[in-house]
Design a protein around this ligand. Structure first.
Ligand SMILES: [Zn+2]
Ligand SMILES: [Zn+2]
Length: 136
């Protein structure tokens, strides 16, 4: 499966030759700022599956000591495209993915610190803080 993504102005495009996994939305105050929204909408990828198609030179990078190691965004339009770990892209923002990437947001995390103005939809999986540790 090949998934493509792009920023708001279209100057930067990427391709993922693989699958998205662990779709999640984080409602913490850091994610609200980093994603300019009520929460992040984010999925993980295998770093080896990721490639820039156009516009890599236009990326800006923000290193955070908190939630993310690094965030990559378009220096023209400001779309946040990717997160990095150990210098490699290991996740993408779902808002910049084009088309149907065949993934759903499986959990909402840090809902305990969501914005006062946000209303959570009924029926979603939500955690007050981070997700419980995996059993495997
Ligand atoms: Zn852009
Ligand atoms: Zn967060």
């Amino acid at each position: 499966m090949s998934i493509s993504g792009s920023c708001f102005c279209g100057a930067i495009k990427y391709r993922i030759d693989g699958e998205l996994r662990d779709g999640r939305s984080c409602h913490c105050s850091d994610c609200r700022k980093a994603f300019s929204a009520q929460a992040s909408a984010y999925a993980l990828i295998e770093p080896k599956d990721f490639a820039w198609v156009t516009g890599e030179a236009l990326l800006s990078r923000y290193e955070s000591k908190k939630t993310y190691e690094g965030l990559l965004f378009c220096s023209i339009c400001g779309s946040t495209l990717c997160g990095t770990y150990k210098g490699k892209v290991n996740g993408v923002t779902l808002g910049c993915v084009d088309g149907d990437p065949d993934i759903s947001i499986g959990m909402h995390i840090f809902v305990g610190s969501k914005a006062s103005w946000e209303t959570m939809p009924d029926g979603v999986v939500q955690y007050t803080e981070g997700p419980p540790p995996k059993n495997s």
